[in-house]
Structures are given as structure tokens and as C-alpha cells.
Ligand binder design. Structure first.
Ligand code: ACO
Length: 321
């Protein structure tokens, strides 16, 4: 048995934050941001709008696309590093919003690689017979963990959600997923502080993301390059078999490096980074939904999904759509 994606959906907050606005907030320029990252603008959640809210909208869109009702879903897996609460998990909050109960629901934390991890776990559980249908959501409110005075990070990150409905099916589907992590890189991309810390200190200095950008960049290109080749080799496929690369949208230069390694023209890469920025675990399902809805991704095509993020954690998913 396989699991197949039978519906996609996404959600973006209304508020657009442009590079021009960031120029007024920190010492940066539209030219620097666009040339170094490929980002023009990004979406920022409204006050009070949570990862559950965005995930809810994306999930309902994916269910509608699949022609299913919430009651058809037997498993909910949410990837987020910006959950609405410490617990209950965003998956449980989402399950409750959708008016369903009883099946397993849990969050996966793998920062920007979260959706690939969540997809892999859901795929294994479906193939193992735990459920017939799963909702897999990547949803983030990265704006809440950004220091808006830190030009090294505030120009990159953004909010949004993407979702897929997976169904257990004898026709392939997800062909493979490969997951990796290496905690020795923990200090290169992290949010210093959480609930086990001193509350008084936390209240004074709320935790914000800290990133050694150029080192993250270097390792991301190396590990993602290895990862996409690993996916092809595991399936005995040539690079030419890929119809679409749907990468994590962290930096256009990272994406271009991976496309070069795959000898794939940029016309076969789904890019949303200019309008979405880096929405962490939401970026891959958001990009997938955009390309499904505008008709680029068609049934039967072969898609390679990849992502890299804090941990470091990274991975790929190769699938037939
Ligand atoms: N505007 C203007 N100048 C800036 C800005 C800015 N916003 N940010 C940094 N600079 C300056 C630096 O201070 C530095 O100046 P200096 O040469 O005088 O010291 C110069 O620009 C170059 O800085 P670098 O950090 O070397 O720039 P780089 O080309 O590496 O680009 C970037 C930085 C965009 C952050 C890039 O390194 C990157 O995208 N890294 C990877 C991010 C990523 O993939 N994260 C993984 C997922 S995130 C997650 O898991 C949550």
C-alpha cells in the first residue's frame, strides 16, 4: 500500500509586509534583500491570529479539494515550531476546530523541515494501517519569534499554512521519504529560551530566533544536495524523471544550487519565495498548493519535495501526484 495526496490547501494572512517597509524598520534595502534571498514581500499574521487559525483555513481548503468531510479524517499531523500553545498540540486544537475526535493527532517539530517530517510520519502510519485518511498540515506564525530589530532574520521569515489530505491507496503515491538530523548544529539556528527557563528573565527578554545565516546556507546546500540524490537513487530514478522540484522557500540561491545539482531548469522549480518569504514548515505545502491550483502540477507527475531547517533537520519526499 501507498499513501497519495488527494487534496491540497493553503492559507496566508492578509497583511503584506514589503521590503520597502522593512527599509524603514532596520538598516537594509529592497535591493539587498531581493539579491541575497529572492524575497520581495511576505505575509504577517494579525494580532491574535494563531498557527491553529491558519492551519484550520488551509485544512478546510485541502478537504474541499479532496472532496472529503472532516469526519473522513482518521489522523491529524501538524508540523509547526510556532504552536498556538505549549500544549494541547496544534493538531489537537485543529482536530477540535474541525469537529472530529478519536483518531491520533499530534505535532511534529523539525523547524523548516517539519512538513517533510510530518508527511513521512503520516505516510508510515497510513501504510501501516493506523488510518485510511490523514490531514498533514504545516502552519507557522514565525513573526512571533522574530526580533524585528535584527536585520539578519526579520527580512526572511513570515507566516502562513499549507495542508494536504493523504489517502491510503494501492496506486503510488509517496514513493519515498528520507529524514535526517544532526544536533551538533543546534547553536547555528535556534530560539534561545522556552518554558523550562527562568520566567522572569523570559518576560523581560522574550525568546527570538538567532541565526548564523552564512553557515546555515553552506550546510543547507550540502545536505539538500545529498538528500535529493539519495531520493533519486533509492527509487532508481534519473534526474530527468522529476517533473517539479518543490523546495523549502528559504533562499532563492539555495534553491538554485539544488536545481543546478539536479540539472533542472528553474522553469521546473515551484517558487513562492518572492511573495511568501520563509514560512518554515508551511513553505513546501504552500508552494505545492499554489502549483496545483494554477495547473502546473498535474496528476501522474513526479514531484521532489525537500526542506532544511533548525536542528539541523532536513529531508526529502519523492512522490507521484
Ligand atoms: N540588509 C543589509 N545587509 C545585511 C542584512 C540585511 N538584512 N543582513 C545581513 N547583512 C550584511 C551582514 O552584516 C554582512 O555585512 P558585512 O559583510 O559588513 O559583515 C553582509 O550583509 C553579508 O552577510 P552574510 O550573512 O554573509 O550574507 P549572506 O549572503 O549569507 O545572506 C542570508 C544572508 C540571506 C541570511 C543567507 O545566509 C541565508 O539565506 N541563509 C540560510 C537561511 C536558511 O536557509 N535557514 C534555514 C531554514 S530556517 C528554520 O529552520 C527556522
Amino acid at each position: 500500500m501507498y499513501s497519495r495526496i488527494i487534496g491540497t490547501g493553503s492559507a496566508l494572512p492578509e497583511r503584506v509586509l514589503t521590503n520597502a517597509e522593512l527599509e524603514a524598520m532596520v538598516d537594509t534595502s529592497d535591493k539587498w534583500i531581493f539579491e541575497r534571498t529572492g524575497i520581495r514581500e511576505r505575509r504577517i499574521a494579525a494580532p491574535g491570529q494563531t498557527s491553529t487559525d491558519l492551519g484550520d483555513t488551509a485544512a478546510r481548503a485541502a478537504l474541499a479539494a479532496a472532496g472529503l468531510a472532516p469526519s473522513d479524517i482518521g489522523l491529524v499531523v501538524v508540523a509547526t515550531c510556532t504552536p498556538e500553545k505549549v500544549f494541547p498540540s496544534t493538531a489537537c486544537l485543529l482536530q477540535n476546530r474541525l469537529g472530529i475526535a478519536g483518531g491520533p493527532a499530534f505535532d511534529v517539530v523539525a523547524a523548516c523541515a517539519g512538513f517533510i517530517y510530518a508527511l513521512s510520519v503520516a505516510d508510515s502510519l497510513l501504510r501501516g494501517g493506523v488510518a485510511d485518511t490523514a490531514l498533514v498540515v504545516g502552519t507557522e506564525t514565525m513573526s512571533r519569534i522574530i526580533d524585528w530589530q535584527d536585520r539578519r532574520t526579520c527580512i526572511l521569515f513570515a507566516d502562513g499554512a499549507g495542508a494536504v489530505v493523504l489517502r491510503r491507496d494501492p496506486t503510488p503515491g509517496i514513493l519515498s521519504t528520507h529524514l535526517h538530523a544532526d544536533g551538533k548544529y543546534k547553536d547555528l539556528l535556534w530560539v534561545p529560551g522556552w518554558v523550562s527557563d527562568d520566567y522572569a528573565a523570559l518576560a523581560e527578554h522574550p525568546p527570538h530566533m538567532v541565526m548564523e545565516g552564512s553557515e546555515v546556507f553552506r550546510v543547507a546546500v550540502e545536505k539538500l544536495g545529498e538528500s535529493v540524490e539519495e531520493a533519486l537513487a533509492a527509487n532508481g530514478l534519473d534526474k530527468s524523471a522529476i517533473d517539479w522540484l518543490i523546495p523549502h522557500q528559504a533562499n532563492l540561491r539555495i534553491i538554485a544550487a539544488i536545481a543546478r545539482r539536479l540539472r533542472l531548469p528553474m522553469e521546473q522549480v515551484v517558487l513562492t519565495i518572492a511573495e511568501h518569504g520563509n514560512t518554515s514548515a508551511a513553505s513546501v505545502p504552500l508552494a505545492l498548493d499554489v502549483a496545483v491550483r494554477d495547473g502546473r502540477v498535474k496528476p501522474g507527475q513526479t514531484l521532489l519535495l525537500e526542506a532544511f531547517g533548525g536542528g539541523f533537520a532536513w529531508g526529502s519526499a519523492l512522490l507521484r501526484f
